[in-house]
Structures are given as C-alpha cells and as structure tokens.
Design a protein. Structure first.
Length: 109
C-alpha cells in the first residue's frame, strides 16, 4: 500500500509543483474541481476523491489491495458518469486514461 501511496503522491505532487507546465493529461485538475461541487457530491452516495483515498492509505484504512481497488473504481466510475452527464467528452477521455494509470500502478504492487 505504501508503494501505491508514493505513486499517487508523485502524480498529484507534480501537478502542484508545476502548475504552469502540467497539461492535466489525466484530468486531475477537473477531478479536484468537481470534488467540492454540490452537484457532484449530492449525486453519488460515496463521492470519493484522491485526497480521501490518500488519507485512507496513510491511516491504514485498507485491509486489502482489493478494498483499495474498489475505492479507486468507485471514484473513477463516479467521475466518468459525472463528466458524461455534463457532456465533458474530453475530460471523460482523460479520466479513462487515469483509470488505465491506476490499473497499471495497482497491478504492479
């Protein structure tokens, strides 16, 4: 789990340290923007975010890799649904790329 937290930190920290050069190729900026949006949080019973998942990892919340995968899957499914409903096709594609990144990262642990 700690290796996963490091990978997640690397992905999100790059955006924070290099905001001008970060192209948001995974849709992280949009994903973070909608997390505080009531139309997002009220739509889904479990509006998970990268920050919630990171906090859960740091606090040893997850008992198994499968539980972590489940939360990531729920977060990405919520995001894809939200962006599809709001006709943000370009962002939906980026979220799909982010999903593939998570699949690669989680399968390597």
């Amino acid at each position: 789990m700690k290796q996963y937290a490091l990978s997640l930190n690397k992905l999100t920290d790059f955006r924070k340290k290099n905001p001008d050069s970060f192209e948001d190729s995974y849709g992280l900026q949009k994903l973070n923007q909608i997390m505080g949006n009531s139309s997002y949080t009220n739509r889904f019973p479990v509006p998970l975010s990268l920050e919630v998942i990171r906090s859960r990892i740091e606090n040893n919340y997850y008992w198994s890799m499968e539980a972590l995968r489940h939360d990531v899957s729920v977060m990405l499914s919520n995001a894809e649904t939200f962006f599809d409903l709001n006709k943000c096709v370009g962002v939906a594609v980026k979220i799909s790329d982010l999903s593939q990144w998570f699949d690669r990262t989680l399968s390597s642990l």
